[in-house]
Design a protein around this ligand. Structure first.
Ligand SMILES: Nc1ncnc2c1ncn2[C@@H]1O[C@H](COP(=O)(O)OP(=O)(O)OP(=O)(O)O)[C@@H](O)[C@H]1O
Ligand SMILES: [Mg+2]
Length: 265
């Protein structure tokens, strides 16, 4: 089981689009996937066809009430498991302020899930994908403490690298709590190959991050923007679109990376 956090505190860079469509693409490649929504906006939840305000249990119950991940999991219309989120998740920082284990609540819940899976005859998850909010709040910190690696979606625009220093610093600081924590890869999103600036920034990213850049560029594609309104990952909405094909390609890269890591271990 590999746990992936999709994070970047910059807003609107394609985190949720990446979380939902990477999960759907991994699932299409016959991987068992659980998507956990850690953003009170609940966009990843609705993006899989769930009604975020009609869920009996959400990520808030896991983090605030000790409900198990298994209990909070529902099968989404998109065809893979989801722990949803809605505005009940907001204000967690305040609720948990000063609580000793506030950083490790999600990691602890995932440990329980992993133990249950090891003891069960059923096959467990191959991937857990977590969608983070555009902030370095306690929810994102919980994701970073729980994850095996971070995937950072980045838009190739002038301020792309802004804020990245904060994320890198936070990652550095949290390796004490989570020694596995590292940047697994940076994925270029909302990419427009005809735009000179985008190409310049893309090259700058390449120079900066070298081999942790994914080869796949996610193009700006209207189908990717339309699919959530239909409660579908783009693969279900329009399989042949450039957006759907790009996320399949990204999923293939992620799977390849996992295989390489396994071999090394
Ligand atoms: N590759 C793309 N092509 C076209 N539209 C896209 C693409 N990726 C994302 N979008 C659209 O851009 C907007 C922002 O994307 P998304 O919600 O995935 O970003 P986010 O980083 O999760 O935002 P937030 O920081 O608010 O959580 C959405 O309307 C989404 O549909
Ligand atoms: Mg989002």
């Amino acid at each position: 089981m590999e746990i992936l956090a999709i994070a970047n505190q910059k807003g609107g860079v394609g985190k949720t689009t990446t979380a939902v469509n990477l999960a759907a693409s991994l699932s299409a490649k016959r991987k068992r996937v659980l998507l956990i929504d850690l953003d009170p906006q609940g966009n990843a939840t609705t993006g899989t066809g769930l009604h975020k305000n009609e869920l009996a249990l959400t990520a808030a119950d896991v983090l605030l009430d000790g409900v198990s991940i298994a209990e909070a999991t529902v099968m989404s219309p998109a065809g893979f498991d989801v722990v949803g989120a809605n505005k009940e998740l907001a204000g967690m920082d305040i609720t948990l302020m000063g609580q000793e284990n506030s950083h490790t609540l999600l990691a602890d819940a995932l440990d329980v899930l992993m133990e249950d899976q090891q003891n069960s005859k059923k096959k467990g998850y191959d991937y857990i994908v977590m969608d983070c909010a555009p902030s370095l709040n306690l929810l994102t910190i919980n994701a970073l403490v729980a994850t095996d690696g971070v995937i950072i979606p980045m838009q190739c625009e002038y301020y792309a690298l802004e804020g990245l220093a904060d994320l890198s610093q936070t990652i550095e600081r949290l390796t004490e709590l989570n020694p596995k924590l590292h940047i697994k890869g940076v994925v270029r999103t909302l990419f427009d190959a005809r735009n000179t600036l985008a190409n310049d920034v893309s090259q700058e990213l390449e120079a900066h991050f070298g081999d942790i850049m994914y080869r796949t560029h996610i193009p700006r594609n209207v189908r990717l923007a339309e699919a959530p309104a239909h409660g579908m990952p783009v693969l279900a909405f329009e399989k042949n679109s450039k957006g759907a094909q790009a996320y399949l390609q990204l999923a293939a890269e992620v799977i390849k990376q996992s295989r390489a890591a396994k071999k090394q271990a």
